[in-house]
Design a protein around this ligand. Structure first.
Ligand code: PXP
Length: 266
């Protein structure tokens, strides 16, 4: 039997909190959005507690932990403050990301190769606490090798540069970025890493990347919240799931084809 794994969807609810915080108060509630996303087929929820608390706040994390029925992927910088919160909260997973106060969003991957010595004890302490560590990195061979050497079980490949190039119609750049992601996913899987991907994905790019069989989870936020303005949050998640299933079906049919090619050749 061909073994194409289910492609999980992690819905990032940060920007529901961004809208809430624009006016203060409690509406719209990111925890309610998380519950709707789960009912519409999300396999997990992602939330990024930034140092400046610009969207998700500490009490959102506490409520997500107690009020949602699927795993929480807690995105955070590898600072002492955040490590202490993670150890106290004990989410299913922690995704370590770089963080700059001045950026609008997480702009680049974590430089695990450059920060190897500083990251090693932090990854170890999270591993020891039974929290699944994911490193958000560029699809760069040296970064992927270092992630494996640091015993992180998971990497999340940064798809932002590819998505931006696609959106801007820069075809050469988009295809170069795509090849980096495709090869990075293969390299990571061969090193025993679980491979996730995310940042900047929309229906079209999610459908394309869903065809990479090494990738088992996509984390998507901003586009889903933006689409919710037009179609509602439940519908935007349902449409995303459908796009991912269409892309995954391609991975499945090419695996079946390659198995039958091998069988015919033998
Ligand atoms: N994955 C990681 C590690 C991220 O930092 C983000 C953005 O917070 C996402 C996925 C989701 O990106 P987007 O909001 O562009 O879908």
């Amino acid at each position: 039997m061909p073994g194409i794994s289910h492609l999980r969807l992690g819905v990032n609810v940060d920007h529901v909190a961004t809208i809430r915080n624009a006016r203060g108060g409690r509406h719209p509630d990111p925890v309610k959005a998380a519950q709707l996303a789960i009912a519409a087929g999300a396999d997990g929820i992602t939330a990024h507690l930034r140092e400046d608390r610009r969207h998700i706040r500490d009490d959102d994390i506490a409520r997500l932990m107690s009020e949602i029925s699927k795993p929480l992927n807690f995105e955070m910088a590898a600072t002492d403050e955040m490590i202490a919160i993670a150890l106290q909260t004990k989410p299913h997973a922690v995704c370590l990301v770089p963080e700059k106060r001045t950026e609008r969003t997480t702009e680049g991957g974590l430089d695990v190769a450059g920060q190897r010595a500083a990251l090693a004890p932090k990854i170890a302490v999270l591993n020891d606490a039974g929290i699944r560590v994911s490193l958000f990195i560029a699809a760069d061979p040296a970064q992927i090798e270092t992630a494996a050497a640091l015993h992180a079980p998971v990497i999340e490949l940064h798809t932002g540069a590819w998505c931006d190039a696609q959106a801007e119609g820069r075809r050469d750049l988009a295809s170069a970025e795509w090849l980096r992601i495709r090869d990075g996913a293969k390299q990571a899987k061969a090193l025993g890493l679980e491979v996730h991907a995310g940042h900047g994905l929309n229906y079209e790019t999610a459908e394309v990347i869903a065809a990479l069989p090494e990738i088992v989870e996509l984390n998507i936020g901003h586009f889903l919240v933006g689409e919710a303005v037009f179609v509602g949050f439940t519908e935007s998640v349902l449409r995303m799931r459908a796009a991912m299933e269409r892309g995954r079906a391609i991975a499945f049919s090419s695996e079946v084809e390659s198995i039958s090619r091998k069988e015919n050749a033998s």
